[in-house]
Write a protein of this length. Structure first.
Length: 577
């Protein structure tokens, strides 16, 4: 998986490794040169050596610059690729997967976790490499100067590394807890911002504010814990490192006095020893932080490994203006759960309109989701599906999913508008916006009048979630959005519920004149909306109870007639009267 992400940035990483190696090497040559200069301080050639020291330092700086450049470019390219891959995978994941995941969690994985991996690659991985190079080279040069003293100097290393690993383990845990608090705290903020109307309507400002303050307090407390641990670590670590330097310096000085070490070598040794400080300290930190990156990679891979939507082996693209047939369809959202649809049998001839009436939760929307393959028909997503749905005799399973959805226009029960202009929202399926088409669709959906009243007409910006539109305007925008494509199959899921009866009638009239030969599914709670359909089905708790035309159903003593009479202010007649 990492290989896939690294495509295109690998060569930058290889280059950055080479540059860091070169700059580390040059850094390590300098103490040797200085030591040599001191030992021959009174001799000739001091000027030349000084010049060499300058050049070495200059080249070390140049390589460090090149390292940072290649590393930054490599990392940014990597992160861009990672984000691109994540997003394109996310939007291909089945609807059911999205239903079962928290948006906040997904966003955190795409931002915080990507950031953690980025830091790992740009800082930790190269640091680790640099640490290993610096440590081995310093120790090598030191051992060349004095083997015994080197052994003492590196004797401290395991102690310091273990010590910092221990601390960073603790800091890491505290950090994770702080992140969790942050997630809870942002959830409160996000919920309150999206649900601001509910907060106002119920006068919950004070309670919500208290809730926020509590979460904010917990979040702050977790961070203080992280920072306290960090402070304790760095001071005690400084103390250990200073101890190491002191021991080495004293022993070195003793050797120097005894004449076992020249002054220049002693200086060089102390310089190498000081160079060990940083890598030793960082090693423990990096080892424990690498585990954090591991967690993030796991969380990102969990998204990448989620399976995309089912694809038929040989996808078919049959004509869609054909009879649609539900053949003994049963469905439940979870294997063990109660069935939401039982044994649904329904034939919808091409070009006809079917009206679906039914109480809340009777399974109307679910039936339409199945037709649009929003819930895979294989039952792989933990859902149980029986029976089959065919269009012109071709099983839905074999039809190319993209083709199917392009040909089925669905006006969702809860329309969602993007934060773009009204015309962009209506023409969202168009590659280039055709204003003529946008206006035609808006006219059929009875939206024109409202648009005329908007200050900027079709260029009115529809806020995030379309809050500047009324419920009915939003529904009509969604209808226009679908009409612009003139799909051969149209589904209106309770799409006229938020408009008044007169507008409802006007839209239906315009629709019937404009939909041509499309097959239409019309879901409604209002009998008025669907009474002119060619066939009407009445659903109750996942079953079809009644089926027929308006006239046929009115002749029966069923739910349909009772609903009709209630909605028209008539006293429902007693059954059989
Ligand atoms: N994602 C889901 N997971 C589990 N159960 C669900 C899910 N979506 C809907 N249900 C359940 O399935 C049943 C049918 O829901 P559905 O949305 O199809 O009803 P509906 O007829 O469209 O109702 P309404 O008229 O209120 O829109 C309900 O009992 C509902 O609780
Ligand atoms: Mg519904």
């Amino acid at each position: 998986m990492m290989n896939l992400f690294l495509l295109g940035s690998r060569r930058y990483y290889v280059l950055s490794m080479i540059f860091i190696l070169l700059s580390s090497l040059l850094d390590l040559v300098n103490p040797r040169l200085i030591g040599y200069t001191v030992d021959t301080a009174l001799g000739r050639g001091t000027g030349r050596v000084a010049l060499l020291v300058l050049f070495v330092a200059l080249f070390a700086a140049l390589f460090r610059y090149l390292f940072q450049l290649t590393n930054a470019v490599g990392t940014e390219r990597f992160v861009k690729r990672l984000r691109d891959l994540l997003f394109s995978h996310l939007i291909r994941l089945p609807y059911a997967w999205h239903r079962s995941s928290h948006t906040g969690d997904i966003i955190q994985r795409c931002t915080s976790d990507v950031e953690t991996v980025k830091v790992f690659l740009s800082e930790q991985l190269t640091s680790l490499f640099r640490i290993i190079v610096m440590m081995s080279l310093s120790i090598f040069f030191m051992s060349k100067i004095h083997a015994g003293l080197t052994l003492i100097a590196i004797g401290f290393i395991p102690l310091i590394v273990l010590f910092s690993m221990y601390f960073h383990g603790k800091i890491g845990k505290a950090f994770m807890k702080a992140e969790e608090e942050e997630a809870r705290f942002s959830a409160v903020v996000q919920e309150n911002l999206t649900g601001v109307r509910v907060v106002r309507a119920f006068g919950r400002e004070i309670d919500e504010n208290e809730r926020f303050e509590k979460k904010n307090y917990l979040y702050t407390r977790m961070w203080i814990r992280v920072l306290r641990l960090g402070a304790a670590f760095w001071t005690s670590n400084d103390f250990l490192a200073a101890g190491r330097t002191m021991v080495v310096s004293i022993l070195g000085a003793v050797l120097c006095v005894r004449g076992e070490l020249s002054a220049g070598s002693f200086l060089a040794f102390v310089a190498y020893n000081a160079m060990l400080d940083w890598p030793v300290r960082m090693l423990g930190r990096i080892i424990s932080e690498m585990s954090k990156a591991g967690v993030s990679v796991g969380r990102i891979c969990a998204i990448m490994n989620a399976e995309e939507e089912d694809k038929p082996e040989t996808p078919l693209c049959p004509p869609m203006d054909r009879e649609i047939c539900f053949d003994h369809v049963s469905f439940s959202y979870e294997d063990a759960a109660e069935e939401v649809l039982h044994d649904i049998c329904l034939r919808v001839p091409e070009g006809s309109t079917v009206g679906i009436l039914g109480g809340t939760g009777s399974g109307k929307s679910t039936l339409m989701m199945l037709l649009d393959k929003l819930y895979g028909l294989s039952g792989r997503e933990g859902m149980s599906v029986k029976g089959r749905i065919t269009i012109g005799g071709v099983d839905l399973k074999d039809i190319d999913t993209g083709y199917l959805r392009r040909n089925i226009g669905m006006v969702l029960q809860e329309p969602y508008l993007f934060s773009r202009t009204l015309s962009e929202n209506i023409g969202i399926t168009q590659e280039t916006l055709d204003m003529g088409e946008v206006k035609r669709a808006a006219r059929i959906a009875s939206l024109e009048e409202s648009v005329d009243r908007f200050y900027q007409g079709y260029d009115t910006f529809v806020g995030e979630r379309g809050v500047t539109l009324s419920g009915g305007q939003k529904q009509r925008t969604a209808i226009a959005q679908m009409l612009i494509r003139r799909p051969p199959v149209m589904i209106f899921d309770d799409s006229l519920s938020a408009v008044d009866a007169a507008t409802d009638a006007a839209i239906r009239k315009a629709l019937s004149e404009n939909i041509g030969g499309s097959t239409v599914f019309l879901i409604a709670h209002r009998v008025q909306t669907l009474m002119h359909a060619d066939q009407i089905i009445v659903m109750d708790r996942g079953r079809i109870l009644e089926k027929g035309t308006h006239r046929e159903l009115m002749e029966r003593d069923g739910i349909y007639r009772v609903t009709y009479e209630m909605q028209n202010g008539l006293e429902p007649k007693e059954a059989g009267a």
